[in-house]
Design a protein around this ligand. Structure first.
Ligand SMILES: Nc1nc2c(ncn2[C@@H]2O[C@H](COP(=O)(O)OP(=O)(O)O)[C@@H](O)[C@H]2O)c(=O)[nH]1
Ligand SMILES: [Mg+2]
Length: 328
């Protein structure tokens, strides 16, 4: 089978880092000629992925996600594993400024030949992940990395976004974060499979312990009985206290999700949602690729904007005759 692979796919599977970087650039590109090439490449590699463990790391800016990943990555390397870290950076466009900030923060891990650290701009996507994150994870998987770790920024929407491509979510919060999480916002805790209160060191170690108690109480009050409540624990990335324990907890949860069949259900839901997302994007793209339709859309959207035409009527006009009835 391998003989039939394209040179790029073959190099990637053989562990060539530059081939992986090139492949990622290809799938992240939105140029017309790259889109087709990316689809072919992903099609070649799809059957070769091993579907290794994927963990999302989410939490507010400055909470210590990158610092944790640096330590965690080193811990995993010591265990003989080959972690890949994708850092989704919403603030920067391709080649933008703050990307480097994150990369240099993973100082140790970025230097390791057996690990892979890749910053990528989220582009116009909301929800904390890029449109192509799922594809990039497939490439890293086929290239032999395991586990795959995804750092996203933000609290709120990004948890929902990242859970569409990872098996399990690790939520990192600061001591005292409970005070800011009022009412419904506490619901975001439920996105996490594991919740870690970081910076449990120095003057804040006591507060960190109290935060854990508070979160645990809030979660047991709200959580439905369908899924087990997330584990909540403290960690100090700075002092390297609790990082091993945190990872052990992630592994334990992962094993639990596998055994209960939950993991497979999550993955099936993700694949179904991906199909729908891609189909919608493609239909939209094709719709706009037709000049006359694009012009008509621009026209009608003016009328809708001015309140002269109901949106539903505009849609009816724009799509009339678009899908010919099937002939039986
Ligand atoms: N006191 C303390 N500071 C930490 C800890 N972990 C990270 N930091 C600091 O928090 C700041 C933000 O860390 P960073 O990893 O960039 O956060 P990110 O934005 O979530 O990726 C840096 O100055 C870190 O040195 C910790 O466990 N304790
Ligand atoms: Mg970071």
């Amino acid at each position: 089978m391998r003989e039939e692979l394209s040179p790029l796919a073959r190099a990637l599977v053989a562990g060539d880092r530059r081939a992986l970087a090139r492949a990622i650039t290809l799938v992240e590109s939105s140029r017309e000629e790259d889109v087709g090439a990316a689809r072919l490449l992903l099609g070649e590699l799809f059957p070769l992925q091993r579907r290794v463990m994927r963990v999302g790391i989410s939490g507010p800016p400055g909470v210590g996600k990158s610092s944790l990943l640096d330590k965690l990555g080193m811990h995993l390397l010591a265990q003989g594993r080959r972690p890949a870290v994708l850092v989704i950076d919403p603030s920067s466009q391709r080649g933008g400024g703050s990307i480097l900030g994150d990369k240099t923060r993973m100082v140790e891990l970025s230097r390791q030949a057996r690990a892979y650290v890749r910053p990528s701009p989220s582009g116009d996507q909301t929800g904390g992940i890029a449109r192509t994150t799922g594809d990039v994870l497939l490439l890293c998987d086929a290239a032999g990395y395991d586990p795959l770790l995804v750092e996203t920024v933000g609290v709120g929407q990004s948890e929902a976004g990242v859970t569409s491509v990872v098996d399990l979510l690790l939520l990192l919060l600061e001591p005292g974060a409970g005070d800011e999480l009022q009412g419904l916002k506490r619901g975001l805790l439920e996105w996490g499979d594991v919740i870690a209160v970081n910076k449990a060191d120095g003057p804040r170690s006591e507060l960190a312990l109290r935060t854990v108690v508070e979160f645990t109480a809030a979660l047991s009050a709200r959580r439905s009985t369908a899924a087990p409540p997330p584990s909540v624990l403290t960690v100090s990335v700075l002092d390297n206290v609790g990082v091993d324990r945190l990872w052990a907890e992630v592994e334990r949860r992962y094993a639990e999700l596998c055994a209960s069949g939950q993991l497979e259900l999550r993955r099936q839901a993700q694949r179904r949602a991906e199909l729908q997302r891609r189909l919608q994007a493609e239909l939209w793209r094709q719709f706009l690729s037709h000049d006359e339709r694009a012009r008509r859309l621009a026209e009608l959207s003016q009328l809708v904007a001015r309140g002269e035409l109901p949106a539903a009527e505009a849609v009816h006009q724009l799509t009339a005759g678009l899908f010919a009835p099937e002939v039986h």
